[in-house]
Design a protein around this ligand. Structure first.
Ligand code: SAM
Ligand code: SF4
Ligand code: FES
Length: 329
């Protein structure tokens, strides 16, 4: 099917039919297996002030923290011992974790765990910084474009143009990373047309990984009065992405599981094939509150892994061990 005919199909059919088709494509390409990425939220300091985000610079209710190198390495070790082979190091845009500092940590993970995938999600950096981190051993980078609408993007991100994130994504590709991007679903000011453009931009960028999740208004941000859109929009977006990008890895995100008890299962059934258990040391988790109602704040990494295995079994899926690298597009 061409992109145009997929969009027509998406517009015409009911959600159930859309999901059935996306699930067929997912099954054919990815089977019943679901990949895991252990998420380490290593710093909630951020120099940026995105209107939607709970850890934005201006939110002075946040208790700020940073994991030190030893804590990060111990967290990776513990996840590795539990079978994880892919680790996402995520943070705000923290000036204390300059690329040179981060590169030292990446190098230690690379040497200590040679067969694990190292994924970074630390915001916009220069092309040279991305290259330095790649050289240190990073394999992948996640940087959502958040919304494909230039005016909405600039409005929600303190005037920073969408172009800047797109430039960063192109720099990452040039530096030979497996590249992930994506967007939030249901941002205030978003229309159905923008939602379709969001999915089409993911396809145009030929992403190895496409991460989406519902926008959940945070009471401690300027978007505190924004409307909470229904999870169904995220489920439809998942199915559309899967039809447009059969081989791309698509995570069933924590935000979906936070908005709806079975949000992650619903995303998997609509075409997602990845889960990202939070393995951040428990003491810090409650301070990385991007949105209210975030799940897995009190549970250990081990508990979440057990929980996810059962959840996947309940819908006929199976956790698979390994790095889960990008498939050749
Ligand atoms: N600072 C890096 C960045 O912005 O790419 C990585 C960390 S940032 C907290 C990770 C993602 O959280 C963002 O890309 C955004 O899509 C998501 N996020 C932030 N606030 C959110 C909210 N209120 N609801 C749902 N997702 C949110
Ligand atoms: Fe910072 Fe990322 Fe939150 Fe924006 S979304 S304020 S860059 S942590
Ligand atoms: Fe964390 Fe279920 S996945 S408690």
């Amino acid at each position: 099917m061409t992109k145009e005919s997929i969009i027509d199909f998406y517009k015409e059919v009911d959600t159930e039919t859309l999901i059935v088709e996306a699930a067929k494509v997912c099954q054919k390409v990815h089977g019943n297996g679901v990949w895991l990425r252990g998420l380490i939220e290593f710093s909630n300091y951020c120099a940026q002030d995105c209107l939607y985000c709970g850890i934005r610079r201006s939110n002075n209710k946040v208790t700020r923290y940073r994991l030190n190198e030893k804590e990060i390495l111990e967290t990776v070790k513990s996840g590795y011992q539990q079978g994880l082979r892919s680790f996402v190091l995520q943070s705000g845009e923290d000036p204390c974790f300059q690329a040179s500092v981060l590169a030292g940590i990446v190098e230690k993970i690379r040497n200590g765990f040679p067969n694990a995938a190292i994924v970074l999600s630390c915001g916009v950096k220069t092309e040279e910084e991305y290259r330095l981190l790649k050289k240190a051993g990073a394999d992948r980078y996640l940087l959502r474009f958040e919304t494909s609408d230039p005016a909405l993007h600039a409005k929600l991100r303190g005037g920073i143009p969408l172009e800047r994130r797109l430039k960063a994504l192109s720099d990452l590709k040039e530096a030979d990373y497996q590249v992930g991007s994506g967007y939030m679903v249901g941002l205030p000011g978003e229309t159905e047309k923008i939602r379709i453009q969001n999915a089409l931009l993911c396809a145009k960028l030929e992403l190895d990984m496409a991460g989406i999740g519902p926008f959940i208004p945070n009471p401690d941000t300027p978007l505190n009065e924004a409307k909470q859109e229904d999870i169904i929009l995220t489920i439809r977006a998942t199915a559309l992405l899967r039809l447009l990008m059969p081989k791309t890895h698509i995570p069933a995100t924590t935000a979906a599981g936070s908005l709806d008890k079975f949000g992650r299962e619903k995303m998997i059934l609509a075409g997602a094939n990845v889960l990202m258990p939070n393995i951040t040391p428990i003491a810090y988790r409650k301070h990385y509150l991007l949105y209210p109602g975030k799940i897995c704040i009190e549970e250990s990494g081990e508990q979440c892994l057990g929980c996810l295995a059962l959840r996947m079994k309940s819908i006929g899926r199976e956790i698979q061990s390994g790095r889960g690298d990008a498939l050749a597009l």
